[in-house]
Each structure stands twice: as C-alpha cells, then as structure tokens.
Write a protein that binds this ligand. Structure first.
Ligand code: ATP
Length: 305
C-alpha cells in the first residue's frame, strides 16, 4: 500500500542515491521488491532471533566479476556488542552492510544471524530484525508523524511521540507549523541533515530491532547537534548488536571490535587501544584525524564572532 504514496520522480532520485551510496535500505527494499535479484528459497522459514549475534564467514563478493570488492572477510559480533568498520573510501565498508541486509547474495562464504544462514530464511524476517540508521534518510512526502511511524506502522500516537522524544526531535516538531501533521519531504518542509538523522533514529527506536546498522554521517554537524545525536544513537543501540560504518574515529573508541578494511580485506582488527598500540594503519588514521582537528581548531575560533 505504501508504494502508492510514493511519487515516481522521487523513486528515480532515490534509486540513484541508493546506487551511489548506502542510503536508506529499509525503505528501498519496500520500493524495489520487484527489481531485486535476491529471492527467498521455496518454503523458507522465518529468521528465529534469539540473541542477535552476527557472523561473516569467509565472505567474498564482487559487483562485477572482474573486480573483487570483499576478499575473504570474517568476523563475528556477539549479541549486544558493537563492531566498527573503518577504512578509506571504497574499501568495502558499506558493501558489508548491504550484504548483511541481503541486498546482494555473497559470491562465496556465508553470513549468519543467530547461527542461521541469512540465505535460508525469508528476506522479510531478516529485515524485520535489522534497523538501519543511514547517512541520509529520504523522507516520504507525507507528515512527519507518518515518517516516524514508518518504523512500526501499528505504533500508537503515544509511542510515536515517545520515540521522537528519545530521538531528541519532539521539541523541534512541536515548533513545526502543524506539529506532527506537518508535511515534510520534497514537497513539504525540508529538514536538515541532523533532523533527518533523528527521524531515522526515532524509526529505529520504534522498530526496536535486535540488530542496528549505523552509517555515520560524513557531513559535519555542529558540535551541539552532534552530541545530541550521539546520545540519541546510544539509546537506539543500547543492548543491541550494532555495526557502525565509522568516519570519525572518536565515536568508536568504545567499540568492542574495530575492523580496518583496505581494498576489501581486513588488514587490522582489535579494540581502539590495541590498534593504537600496533602503530599501524589505524594508529596513523587516528593521528591524522587528531592532527587535522588540532590544525582546524585555531582557525575556527578566529572566525567565530
Ligand atoms: P565510502 O566510505 O566511500 O562509503 P565504502 O568503504 O563504504 O566507501 P563501498 O561502498 O563498500 O565502499 O564500495 C566498495 C567498492 O565497490 C568501491 O570500489 C565501489 O566503487 C564499488 N561499488 C560500490 N557499489 C557498487 C555498485 N552498486 N556497483 C558497482 N560497484 C560498486
């Protein structure tokens, strides 16, 4: 039914965005059901989620056969723990996320959730277990309330408001001209990047999935917004298995494991302190980010009024 609400021009924009980036996969799956190569096996059972553990076992994948993108990637994330993926642009971070969502099938190797191969269960049950907070959330041309409720369509009014409060966007919505009934999206009120991200967090809070995939925004938000978003995210990820595609290393110092990817291979892994101790690629990324921050700090002070 939702598909009827979606204008075709929006679909085009959206599809291009998806091809370019890891954007809004949850919505995308509803929209692209018909065009996806991935199919359920006959009589596939539902994914039976007990804990929410995730495992990649020797996963290889290529978008084009001549150019491998993931080469023998293995990791496991115990239930409730946090894994962070770092590495330069194009190293394969978002591809890992897309495969877990079964946007594509692996070429070889397997992915398990609670010891069930994700290829053997229905896609609907797989996606039900996973919440995504994308870099850039594309909003429906509908009310802000509808856009939040999309996380769980049968949620009550009170639950929608509660999720908005926990995502730190409730106060903002009360200032919109028609509050929760305000039209947003392409043809309505435009929301800022930080606001859209908070809508995605509110949806995830409503959905209450066992697994959360988080694609950290690359675009800079001001420090205060960033801090509020970080605490809203912490609420959305608390006690859930979380996989973060990280761009700012400062947000993952407490991750249970960090994987450093380079050209589709895991080249370093461990906790933040361990990796700093190794004095390898991660340590140099860390030093580089810190140097950059220190170098930028005085000029931003100078330019502030
Ligand atoms: P970024 O930090 O820039 O988001 P990433 O580490 O997430 O990068 P991926 O998006 O996983 O990288 O891309 C890995 C490689 O796969 C890149 O070389 C990219 O060009 C290629 N790639 C990504 N999506 C597609 C696609 N739909 N078709 C073909 N190649 C793709």
């Amino acid at each position: 039914i939702l598909q009827l609400y979606v204008p075709l021009n929006w679909f085009g924009t959206y599809y291009r965005a998806i091809q370019k980036n890891f954007v809004d996969m949850e919505n995308m799956f509803d929209l692209l059901k018909e065009t996806c190569d991935v199919v359920d096996i006959p009589q596939a059972p539902l994914l039976c989620i007990t804990q929410g553990s995730v495992e990649f076992r020797n996963v290889c994948f290529a978008y084009n056969p001549e150019r491998p993108v993931l080469k023998n990637v293995s990791f496991s994330v115990p239930a409730g723990k946090t894994l962070a993926l770092v590495g330069q642009s194009g190293s394969g971070k978002s591809t890992i996320i897309r495969l877990l969502f079964r946007f594509y099938n692996t070429d070889s190797g397997d992915i398990f959730i609670d010891n069930q191969n994700i290829n053997s269960v229905t896609q609907a049950s797989l996606r039900q277990a996973i919440g995504v907070v994308p870099q850039d959330t594309v909003l429906f041309n509908n009310t802000i309330g509808f856009n939040i409720r999309y996380g769980r369509v049968n949620a009550s009014e009170a639950e929608v408001i509660d999720a908005a409060k926990n995502a730190d966007i409730h106060e903002r919505i009360l200032n919109f001209p028609e509050k929760y009934e305000t039209q947003v999206g392409e043809r309505g009120l435009k929301l800022s990047g930080g606001e859209k991200q908070r809508v995605a967090i509110a949806r995830t809070l409503l959905k209450a999935p066992e697994i959360v995939l988080l694609d950290e925004a690359t675009s800079a938000l001001d420090t205060k917004t960033e801090r509020t978003i970080q605490s809203a995210l912490n609420r959305a990820c608390a006690n859930r298995t979380t996989i973060i595609v990280a761009h700012r290393l400062s947000t993952i110092i407490h991750a249970d494991e960090i994987l450093v990817l380079h050209e589709g291979q895991v080249i370093e892994r461990g906790r933040h302190e361990d990796l700093l101790g190794k004095d390898g690629v991660y340590a140099s990324m860390w030093n580089q980010q810190n140097t950059k921050m220190t170098a930028e700090a005085p000029s931003s002070e100078e330019s502030s009024p």
